[in-house]
Design a binder for this molecule. Structure first.
Ligand code: GLA
Length: 414
């Protein structure tokens, strides 16, 4: 082989190795994976522009279920601005199931005139007027999960209505659709949105039934990976476990969605909510608040508005963090490489006893030697730590409360 060829081949291999290696370790500045990557693997092109980072916002379902009306949406829009949620990045206000009641004589979907007397266009205008974006919900089957009219056979017409009203985000569910092919149906929906001519995020809600991470990149910007979340620790722990295995499928414009947040809904302790929020951030999950934003306690605000944690979720490298250490007794260490060469590390305690968890720099891919550590919940620098050796006493240690987390950001260097 000629020298130039060897050089080119070596650089290619090195380049390929970097691309493969970059997302799984910390300590060097790296670029987000190229959006065209999916095309090379035979999948559809990914339009990164709609969701370069995981979408953030609010969705009515977890707290309000079918009790939705325009007063709630207006008040929530006001609250998103007043509480600083919008400023922190929560920009989509999404109405889930039950806004729709019928189709008119021409087949157009009709919003409940009792609950939404001013209509969806006026509501979208109000939401936009606050600087927010507006979202709605439908289903690929003939009926939604709550039995309302859904989009099967009406995809183009519904997409056109959404575009006309000013919808920016649509969550599309999978009820009453078991005899359908999800890839075909969601692709039909994506194409209908394209034809409607307005950029609209497509949130696929097929609950991970048909491995959407294998076909949904390039179809929607996010896809649910599990069944519905509940406001309890067992549900959160179970979802974390299921979603943890899918880290390779996520990236800019294509996100695994472990479901909406339960923070602030009352069923979990403060430590459990902090762990829930931290893990969603380290898994680069969409952050859709699911609580009543009009009446948040200080404790809920401290969690949902923790900018340092949000930054981990929204990091431009767009890597979904993964488990690097899994102790059999419920202790896990998670790592997410960040665009500036630092690294988010979560020490997660799934057990009901306090745990001490340790990490060596080599286990998270940062060079041996000094590194600055910052606690993202205490908002405190913990100083410079070094990986001194193999003995437990010489590693970085975190003491983690039951069902809790310690979340740090580690920057190599002094
Ligand atoms: C399904 C979805 C939920 C919610 C409800 C609405 O269960 O997974 O997120 O949208 O339907 O009926």
């Amino acid at each position: 082989m000629k020298t130039a060829t060897i050089f080119r081949t070596t650089s290619f291999i090195l380049g390929a190795a970097l691309v493969l290696f970059a997302p799984t370790s910390c300590g060097s500045k790296t670029q987000a994976p190229a959006p065209a990557e999916n095309v090379k693997s035979g999948g559809p092109a990914i339009d990164v522009s709609l969701a370069p980072t995981p979408p953030m916002g609010f969705n009515t379902w977890n707290k309000f279920g079918c009790s939705v009306d325009e007063k709630l949406i207006r008040e929530t829009a006001d609250a998103m601005v007043a509480t600083g949620m919008l400023e922190a990045g929560y920009k989509y206000l999404v109405i889930d199931d039950c806004w729709q009641v019928a189709r008119d004589a021409s087949g157009r979907i009709v919003a409940d005139p009792q609950r939404f007397p001013a209509g969806m266009k006026a509501l979208a205008d109000y939401v936009h007027g606050k600087g927010l974006l507006f979202g709605l919900y439908t289903d690929v089957g003939p009926k939604t999960c709550a039995g309302r009219p859904a989009s099967f056979g009406f995809e183009d017409m519904d997409a056109a209505s959404y575009a006309e009203w000013g919808v920016d985000y649509v969550k599309v569910d999978w009820c009453n659709a078991d005899n359908l092919d999800p890839r075909v149906e969601y692709t039909k929906f994506r194409d209908a949105l394209r034809k409607a001519g307005r950029p609209i995020v497509l949130s696929i809600c097929e609950w991970g039934r048909n491995d959407p991470w294998t076909w949904a990149p390039g179809v929607g910007q996010l896809w649910r990976t599990t069944a519905d979340i509940g406001d309890n620790w067992e549900s959160v722990a179970w979802i974390i476990n299921a979603n943890s295995r899918l880290y390779e499928s996520a990236g800019p414009g294509r996100w695994n969605d472990p479901d909406m947040l339960e923070v602030g809904n009352g069923g979990m302790t403060r430590d459990e909510y902090k762990a829930h929020f931290s893990l969603w951030a380290i898994m680069a999950a969409p952050l859709m608040a699911g609580n009543d934003l009009r009446v948040m306690t200080e404790e809920t605000k401290e969690i949902l508005l923790n900018r340092e944690v949000i930054e981990i979720d929204q990091d431009l490298l767009g890597v979904q963090g993964r488990i690097v250490i899994d102790r059999g007794y419920g202790g896990q260490v998670w790592m997410k490489p960040l665009a500036d060469g630092s690294c988010a590390v979560a020490f997660l305690n799934l057990s009901s006893k306090e745990l001490e968890l340790y990490v060596r720099w080599a286990q998270i891919g940062i060079p041996a030697g000094p590194a600055r550590v910052r606690d993202l919940w205490a908002h405190k620098d913990l100083g410079v730590h070094s990986d001194l050796g193999t003995h437990f006493d010489q590693r970085f240690k975190a003491t983690v409360p039951p069902h809790g987390v310690v979340l740090v950001r580690i920057r190599p260097g002094q």
